[in-house]
Design a protein around this ligand. Structure first.
Ligand code: ATP
Ligand code: TZP
Ligand code: MG
Ligand code: MG
Length: 270
């Protein structure tokens, strides 16, 4: 893989305008829809168990997010996930807050058992807790852990047989065999609620247009991180409010050339 392939994947997304079906949380719904639109995807939020199977099967990707989970929407997530699996639609899962309560941990495991997940994205604490490792979590934010995120991601990928994306200051992408680190991003993203959730939905948008899920994930992380860096350079000094708006602008205007110029992607040798 090279940076031109990553840049081409962004152009493919913009050309194809994929439909992304999200079952997400009440905190981030509007930001997620606007972020997907800005990036060049077509978002839909649909939660009723009577319709989720139909929506998931016509989508380019399905994104499941347990940020404000209820028994009802977990049931809908599983119905949607099975329909997506039956129709070859990639499923992204964001186990928001796994480890913070046993209900979130248990539900994450249940979804991973019942649905074939294409990409699992979370902070280090969420991924660790999903596979039964210890890592402190405060609500939805990763606490200090003492592990190495590359080993954690590889262990999770091998255990769950899926692509793992762990985000934080550096982002790791692995399928257990091939591993990359993406260093783009900006600390102001941690001051915008839903920055992780929107990223998971962007992973959906890229997975809809690129079957190689490692390439799709790297393209999502690089586009997202470079957009954040440009937004911070323009509006960061004004604070998180101005940054959030400028970040949406930059998700829409970040170019393939920007990724070639600013993308910071390293392959890890096993
Ligand atoms: P948490 O709730 O622990 O903040 P999250 O689900 O919000 O997790 P993040 O890990 O914050 O997700 O990742 C969201 C985006 O923010 C990713 O693109 C990531 O690279 C970026 N990011 C997070 N922390 C930093 C940082 N300190 N410096 C640069 N980019 C960061
Ligand atoms: N509480 C439940 S979901 C949510 C909060 C604050 C949003 C979490 O968003 P992110 O993207 O993980 O920061
Ligand atoms: Mg966050
Ligand atoms: Mg999160």
């Amino acid at each position: 893989m090279n940076i031109e392939m990553v840049a081409n994947t962004l152009e493919k997304l913009r050309n194809q305008n994929p439909l992304v079906h999200n079952i997400t949380n009440v905190v981030v719904t509007n930001f997620t829809a606007n972020g997907l639109l800005a990036l060049g995807a077509s978002p839909v939020m649909a939660y009723a168990k009577e319709e989720v199977a139909d929506m998931a099967k016509i989508a380019g990707a399905l994104v499941l997010n347990i940020g404000t989970l209820t028994e009802e929407n977990v049931e809908a997530m599983i119905i949607a996930g099975k329909s997506a699996n039956d129709h070859g639609v990639p499923v992204i899962f964001d186990p928001v807050g796994a480890g913070a309560t046993s209900y979130r941990t248990m539900t994450s495991k249940k979804i991973l058992n019942e649905v074939n997940i294409s990409v699992l994205r979370g902070n280090a604490a969420e991924i660790a807790n999903v596979i039964g490792d210890n890592w402190a979590i405060k609500g939805v934010d990763a606490g200090e852990g003492n592990g190495d995120i590359v080993s954690l991601a590889q262990k999770a990928a091998n255990q769950l047989n899926t692509v793992i994306v762990i985000t934080g200051k550096d982002d790791v992408v692995t399928d257990g065999k091939t591993t990359y680190i993406v260093q783009n991003g900006h600390p102001l993203l941690t001051k915008v609620t839903g920055a992780g959730c929107l990223l998971s939905s962007c992973l959906g948008a890229f997975s809809a247009v690129e079957k190689d899920l490692i390439l799709a994930s790297i393209a999502a992380l690089t586009s997202y991180g470079v957009a954040a860096e440009i937004a911070a350079s323009r509006k960061g000094e004004e604070g998180p409010g101005s940054f959030q708006i400028e970040f949406l602008n930059q998700l829409s205007s970040v170019t393939a050339e920007d990724l070639i110029q600013y993308g910071s992607i390293d392959k890890i040798n096993h």
